[in-house]
Design a protein around this ligand. Structure first.
Ligand SMILES: [Zn+2]
Ligand SMILES: [Zn+2]
Length: 269
């Protein structure tokens, strides 16, 4: 094997993208540079996602070659979505490393803000994404119907998006696909009791699938219960490859191409 062949083999094996992690989280304060190095050693690239202004700023500070950022206000912080906050997000998004607006969405399980406030916060940030021509990263918990209704209002205008840490059923996955969204699975798809979620993954075509860690949360089997980190995306990718009946290499190159198409191509499709 020549050096070039060896390099090619290695990069094909390493072609994995973590589309959603929170490397700026305090859980990494003790060893962030080491975790980042490990991630860069085994992934093609990854996205550090913000959930409020401060964490969005910190995501932008971490951004560099192969480390991208997403900026947005999570539904937990729906009542902080003001004109100045939107202007601050727009300002951060001027960086070429900011590849998406998110995470934004609806959370009727843990979210404290009333549903109408959450919906308005989501709509304002979807409008920002349209204005900036950036795809969105959507968080959803127990809000399928309202979320679909809001997203339908933006159909044809949004430059795409990902349903992050997908936890819904087949019908909801199909509705999201119909709206042009990519479906991103996290470590919970590997859990023994997640049969329904694996069913949903089976229903998503390989060219619309993404994989993520949502680290430091939701470490996949067999590292479940530990602090999750981007490098662990490999375990989730292995489980998803088995579900899709393909090799890890095929799965990695297909989902990396999807992530590139959604987040890194200028016209986003
Ligand atoms: Zn989330
Ligand atoms: Zn997240």
């Amino acid at each position: 094997m020549t050096d070039a062949d060896a390099h090619k083999a290695r990069s094909a094996a390493n072609e994995l993208v973590d589309t959603h992690c929170h490397l700026q989280d305090a859980a990494f304060d003790g060893d962030r540079p080491i975790v980042l190095e490990r991630a860069l050693n085994c992934l093609s690239w990854f996205i550090v996602v913000g959930d409020d202004l401060e964490s969005s700023r910190r995501a932008c500070e971490l951004a560099r070659e192969r480390v991208y950022a997403s900026v947005g206000l999570h539904p937990y912080h729906a009542d902080s979505v003001s004109e100045p906050a939107i202007a601050s997000l727009a300002d951060l998004a001027r960086s070429p490393y900011v590849v998406a607006i998110g995470e934004i969405g609806l959370d009727y399980y843990h979210g404290q803000a009333p549903r109408d406030i959450q919906q308005q916060a989501l709509e304002k940030q979807l409008e920002l994404a349209v204005r900036l021509g950036r795809p969105v990263v959507i968080h959803n918990r127990d809000a399928d119907d309202d979320l679909l209704r809001v997203l339908e209002g933006f159909h044809g205008r949004l430059p795409g998006g990902a349903m992050h840490c997908f936890s819904g059923e087949v019908a909801f996955a199909k509705a999201c696909l119909h709206l042009g969204f990519y479906i991103s699975f996290a470590g919970n798809v590997t859990f023994p009791k997640a049969g329904a979620l694996r069913e949903a993954a089976r229903a998503v075509p390989l060219d619309r699938l993404l994989v993520e860690t949502d680290s430091p949360y939701l470490a996949p089997q067999p590292v479940r219960g530990k602090r999750c980190e981007p490098a662990y995306v490999r375990h989730t990718a292995e489980a998803l490859a088995a579900i899709k009946g393909c090799s890890l290499e095929e799965f990695g190159s297909a989902t990396s191409a999807n992530a590139r198409r959604l987040f890194l191509s200028r016209d986003n499709h």
